[in-house]
Design a binder for this molecule. Structure first.
Ligand code: FAD
Length: 345
């Protein structure tokens, strides 16, 4: 609602707002750009092309990530606004919010895309609140309508319908977008990207959080969204004890473990590895679904997986219809045998 009701009656002049921005997310510990950043930038480029405007990246950091210049040029980025500061060594709610808001006030983009990651989900609503504009969270698709509004598409009513949301009464239009739903689209000819370093005073005292220690999740419970191989377990796995066999195979295959909501609800796996509509969207090379029926709310999260292998006792399980390899049998037995056969590589 914000202030829109009072101003919507008169036609707004947004002529000074132009271009689509994508806010970059960095794995600060590894000094690398997260894949979602390039997904957002590719999509921002597509949208900016429809508008006939420029696409920009926003990079807040202490150190420029590895291969950054090449990566953003490859997806057609016109401008990168960089705020480089020791205080931006890692994500900080207050400092990142201030920096994005300052940039937006100064350069006036028509739209800003944020990654719907833990950090992005923290940052985007704060930027929205401070700029007094709306935000559509967790979008799965975007477009531009005939009035040049950003169309923000996301599932609603438990995933039963897709809502198309526009924000005609304000600029910039803000959307957070789920990782792994958009494709990175490298161009044949890289862009001649312009890098603009923006000097900005950041107030260390304004930060309400104090950094103590960073502990990166490792092993099988690392981020399912970034893994090349994901082995997920569902209710058919039967118990927390049986779930360990999945973890054992994941270690051998250097895979991450995922789970369905039912397995999470049973307490067999933590929520942050839940895959699906209310969990994470994944796009691995290989997804192994074990004892998973294939409910829409789960499969919506794996539609960009390159290959799917499923193990299920029920020949009519819906997951089989979307699998490259379907194994009919007891998941725990099949996993145990696979574990014996697969050598750690
Ligand atoms: P089930 O549907 O119970 O399937 C278990 C499967 O295991 C069956 O196919 C069965 O044949 C098979 N099986 C049984 N024994 C064995 C065995 N020994 N070996 C092999 N196979 C066996 N779900 C998610 O996963 N992620 C979400 O983000 C999510 N969000 C939701 C949001 C909303 C608003 C709603 C309403 C639901 C959501 N759900 C989500 C729940 C979803 O609808 C399903 O209930 C859930 O995905 C089913 O999980 P499952 O496949 O583990 O269990």
């Amino acid at each position: 609602a914000l202030k829109n009701d009072s101003v919507s009656a008169k036609k707004q002049d947004f002529s000074e707002y132009a271009g689509i921005w994508a806010v970059m997310e960095i794995n600060h510990e590894r000094g690398q750009l997260q894949k979602v950043s390039l997904e957002l930038l590719s999509e921002a480029k597509r949208l900016a092309d429809i508008l006939g405007e420029q696409v920009s990246a926003v990079l807040l950091c202490r150190d420029i990530p590895e291969d950054f210049e090449q990566n953003v040029a490859n997806v057609g980025c016109d401008i990168v606004y960089i705020v480089k500061n020791d205080l931006l060594e890692r994500y900080d709610t207050e400092l990142y919010t201030s920096a994005v808001c300052e940039l937006a006030k100064q350069y006036k983009p028509a739209g800003i895309l944020f990654p719907a990651t833990e950090n992005g989900r923290d940052l985007a609503p704060r930027v929205s609140c401070r700029l007094q504009v709306g935000l559509t969270a967790d979008c799965t698709a975007l477009d531009i309508d005939e009035q040049r509004n950003l169309v923000q598409i996301r599932p609603t009513y438990g995933g039963n319908i897709m809502a198309s949301i526009i924000s005609p009464d304000h600029r910039p239009q803000l959307a957070s977008v789920r990782p792994n739903v958009l494709l990175v689209n490298p161009l044949k000819t890289p862009a001649d990207t312009q890098f603009v370093c923006v000097d900005m005073e950041l107030d260390a005292e304004s930060s309400k959080a104090k950094f103590v220690k960073a502990v990166e999740k490792e092993g099988v419970f690392r981020d399912v969204g970034e893994a090349e191989i994901v082995i997920s377990g569902g209710y058919g796995i039967g118990s927390a004890e049986n779930f360990r066999i999945l973890q054992k195979l994941a270690v051998k295959m250097d895979a991450a473990v995922g789970a369905t909501r039912k397995a999470v609800d049973e307490g067999w796996a933590p929520f942050d590895i839940q895959v699906g509509q209310t969990g994470k969207t994944v796009a691995p090379e290989l997804y192994i679904a074990c004892g998973i029926s294939g409910a829409l709310q789960h499969t919506i999260g794996i539609k960009n997986a390159k290959h799917i292998i499923s193990i299920n006792t029920d020949p009519a399980a819906p997951i089989f219809t979307m699998s490259d390899v379907a194994i009919m049998g007891d998941a725990v037995q099949v996993l145990s045998r696979l574990c014996d056969k697969v050598e750690k590589y």
